[in-house]
Design a protein around this ligand. Structure first.
Ligand code: KG4
Ligand code: ZN
Length: 341
């Protein structure tokens, strides 16, 4: 089975060809970072227009690299949400048009399900059941994954997502967009957790998370250091490091709590913040001590990409779930509602 995957939910245009027998045959990504950098964040209308410009040439190049003609495909999968609605509509209409032309089904895919399934693209793939820690720019979720397609959200952020907290904190430190990778890079210049920042929701029972208080604590620290004329390079690096330590410690503790609650011994981590080196290393270290396993996609499959969409589409077909009528595009869409496409 050959599936073309198209991702356009935010600021990356991603395209890939998944072959059920061989794995990913080709995947290409066009990032809009340069386009949005001068605004300090994603401008939705510019994102949609750029997807329009880049998507078809990227599809042609990816098919050529994979050595596949459109008519050889069994399906075209696309991200149907959640995401920026204009950007999602571009991917959905292009995918549906191509699929009609080639006489194959167009398969709408849930963005967070595709993140959740990305670790299964790796050679060393997890077995079901597992807990998924999904940490992206728009969502932070702990999910009980009993089987393919059987997802129960057991914890989520009550306010900012982990990636959003990275992005907003990076802005406070005058770091360029996208904030997560810039903040992580600055934190590497520090080796002390110097500032006593809160570990949100750790003292309370349960699996929900919250990051807006942590961001406010950084804001107050920035103000205090600026007023004392003490926000030099080393203080900025230490503050970035303390923030990263607080987020990582919280995510590690909540993930372990989710494993305890479900009785599972496997965790998977996916979504953009899953590319964070400290999060990956600390989870590996802590779970190894408990004889538990953690699986990640390679970093390029953690952030948005077409490979995970093609794979999720292939899984939908394999599980017998049908293609939808027309174009599906949803700005908001919880994982719990997945079966109701
Ligand atoms: O999954 P993703 O690519 O897009 C969404 O679905 O939102 O996640 C993007 C988020 C952004 O907030 C970005 O700052 C964050 O992931 N991110 C990181 C790192 N790489 C990307 N955060 C921390 N450390 C990183 N290395
Ligand atoms: Zn994403």
């Amino acid at each position: 089975m050959l599936v073309l995957g198209i991702e356009t939910s935010c600021d990356e245009t991603g395209v890939a060809v998944y072959d059920a027998a061989q794995g990913i045959r080709a995947h290409r990504l066009y990032s809009q970072i340069a386009l949005h950098a001068e605004y300090g964040g994603v401008v939705p209308e510019l994102a949609s227009r750029d997807h329009i410009r880049k998507l078809l040439p990227l599809v042609d190049a990816t098919l050529e690299e994979a050595g596949v003609a459109g008519r050889d495909l069994d399906a075209v999968a696309y991200t149907a949400g959640p995401g920026l609605i204009g950007a999602v509509l571009v991917g959905g209409t292009v995918a549906t048009g191509l699929a009609m032309g080639w006489g194959v089904p167009a398969i709408p895919v849930h963005h967070m399900e595709s993140h959740l399934l990305a670790p299964l693209l790796e050679e060393s793939a997890p077995d079901f059941p597992f807990v998924a820690l999904l940490v992206s720019g728009g969502h932070t979720l702990l999910v009980d994954v009993a089987a393919p397609g059987d997802y129960t959200v057991i914890g989520e952020s009550l306010d900012d997502a982990a990636g959003e907290a990275f992005d907003k904190t990076a802005k406070l430190l005058d770091l360029p967009y996208p904030g997560g990778p810039s903040l992580a890079a600055l934190a590497e210049h520090s080796n002390v957790d110097r500032f006593d920042l809160p570990r949100p929701m750790l003292k309370k029972p349960g699996l929900d998370l919250s990051f807006s208080g942590l961001k406010t604590a950084v804001m107050l620290k920035v103000r205090e250091l600026t007023e004392a004329n003490a926000l030099d390079e080393s203080a900025r690096a230490d503050l970035a490091n303390s923030f990263q330590c607080a987020v990582v410690e919280t995510l590690v503790a909540k993930s372990i709590r989710a494993l305890d609650a479900t009785g599972y011994s496997t965790l998977i981590v996916a979504g953009g913040v899953g590319a964070n080196k400290k999060l990956r290393a600390d989870l590996q270290h802590e779970l190894a001590k408990q004889n538990r396993n953690v699986f990640y996609p390679r970093p390029e499959y953690c952030t948005d990409n077409g490979a995970m969409v093609a794979y999720a589409g292939a899984q939908r077909i394999a599980s017998g779930r049908q293609a939808a009528e027309g174009v599906v595009a949803k700005a908001r869409w919880t994982l719990d509602e997945l079966s109701r496409i």
